[in-house]
Design a binder for this molecule. Structure first.
Ligand SMILES: [Zn+2]
Length: 448
């Protein structure tokens, strides 16, 4: 099995002791981290029988984990700005998603994967699409990113009735995709059932979707909750209670439940989230840009609720860049909870181990430790906007002044997906050209 030795200047392990190692080495064997060599071991280890990637000016961190993404929306960046959630869905996003064909779907998903990898993300959970989900899967397999995927499930839609399908069809095709793709692509792919949100799902669909998770070990339940005040009003009207209370009533709030946003949780719901060990996918840019609100993250963390981060979709962000999510996750809380809240170290934890815990893969990834998968990002922190020296706080350098331009190389599952700034599995020029072409064709289909 192929072995590679990485010799970065610094390793930010994000292990339980939050060790920061200088002058150490990482041995990767196959798709896993075999060993961390101390500086002494590195000096005395002799000739290494494998590839040596000498990177004495770079900093290794665990790959970012984004627990809420919509790859099918990447093409719609810049086409749905300055709207509140329900109008954003009704006027723009649902009609756009419904207009996808196979080619535009692939173009959208592969562009998203390229952007995510280019900016240091190694694992995602994606909300998928009602139609052409196989193209999202194909793009993820081609790109080589680690992913939890699910076809978006919608069996009702008062906002845009054309984008939905009969309950049985939605459940049947979900089961088909799960059987075909859960634990596939050398284990990089797993399934997460993805009912879109309460307002697009009957109780039957929510039940059936959650029930499916018990037949597939490691499968997750991924949906949106408590994002917007108008959505909350509509949920109360239908269910007589708030989102999370309703999920609990339906018995679909458990440790494999990941809820995006969770901005407008009442105190009972916070209690339920903690009690059931459910997870939050916090999406700061999306929450601010759609004017949805500010989630009470410090409060949730203090109650022991696991919080992870996600960029959501390109048209509500408008990037898929984890550096921006980290920076905003910290900054947005400070006027409310004080400048000492959400420090850089805790935010990088949300972006790595928080994500791994949300996805139930904390034993496999989220930190740089022997035995874990080799999901490693090499950062060049010798830039004019953030040059790092040992006397500085590395977490601050990454969280408050980091950017995709710091990302030099990305290894996922032991394989270089970005090497010295160049994508290895994706032709960047072709992706950009195809995204432009397919978007133009899609917009013409909408007008027709
Ligand atoms: Zn979303």
């Amino acid at each position: 099995m192929q072995r590679t030795l990485l010799t970065p200047r610094t390793i930010v392990t994000m292990d339980s002791q939050k060790r920061i190692l200088h002058g150490s080495g990482i041995i990767v064997r196959g798709n896993s981290i075999e060993k961390i060599l101390s500086p002494e071991e590195l000096k005395t280890s002799g000739k290494f029988d494998g590839e040596v990637v000498s990177s004495p000016s770079l900093v290794a961190i665990p790959g970012f984990i984004q627990t809420h993404i919509h790859l099918c929306q990447t093409l719609f960046r810049g086409l749905a700005d300055d709207l509140q959630l329900l109008d954003w869905l009704r006027l723009k996003i649902f009609p756009f998603e419904a207009a996808h064909d196979e080619r535009s779907m692939y173009a959208s998903a592969i562009a998203g994967v390229a952007e995510l990898v280019r900016s240091g993300t190694t694992t995602i959970m994606d909300m998928g699409s009602v139609h052409h989900q196989e193209q999202v899967i194909r793009a993820v397999v081609d790109g080589g990113i680690r992913a939890f995927l699910g076809k978006a499930m919608m069996d009702m839609n008062e906002l845009y009735p054309r984008l939905k399908e009969p309950t049985k069809d939605s459940v049947r095709s979900t089961l088909h995709f799960a059987e075909e793709w859960h634990n596939k692509a050398e284990g990089r792919l797993r399934y997460a059932v993805a009912p879109r949100f309460i307002l697009s799902c009957t109780d039957e669909l929510l039940h059936e979707a959650f029930a499916m998770t018990s037949s597939f070990p490691g499968m997750l339940f991924h949906t949106h909750a408590a994002e917007n005040r108008h959505e909350m009003d509509a949920v109360r009207k239908r269910c007589g209670m708030d989102n999370v209370e309703y999920f609990d009533k339906l018995n679909i709030l458990h440790s494999n439940t990941v809820l995006a946003h969770c901005i407008w949780l009442n105190d009972r719901e916070v209690g339920l989230m903690a009690e059931r060990n459910a997870h939050v996918a916090h999406c700061p840019s999306s929450n601010l840009k759609l004017g949805s609100g500010i989630a009470r993250i410090p409060d949730l963390l203090s109650k022991g609720i696991n919080v992870s981060l996600g960029a959501d979709g390109a048209p509500c962000n408008n990037t898929l860049d984890m550096f921006q999510e980290m920076r905003l996750a910290a900054l947005m809380q400070k006027p409310i909870h004080g400048p000492e809240s959400m420090n850089a170290d805790s935010v990088l934890t949300l972006a790595t181990m928080g994500g791994a815990r949300a996805l139930g893969i904390e034993k496999e990834t989220g930190s740089i430790e022997p035995g874990k998968k080799a999901d490693i990002v090499l950062l060049d922190l010798n830039k004019i906007w953030n040059s790092y020296s040992e006397g500085q706080d590395i977490y601050s350098t990454i969280v408050y002044s980091g950017s995709p331009d710091n990302v030099q190389s990305v290894m996922i599952d032991g394989r270089w997906i970005l090497r010295d700034g160049a994508l290895t599995t994706i032709d960047q020029e072709k992706v950009v050209e195809s995204a432009r072409l397919e978007l133009n064709k899609l917009l013409k289909r909408i007008q027709a």
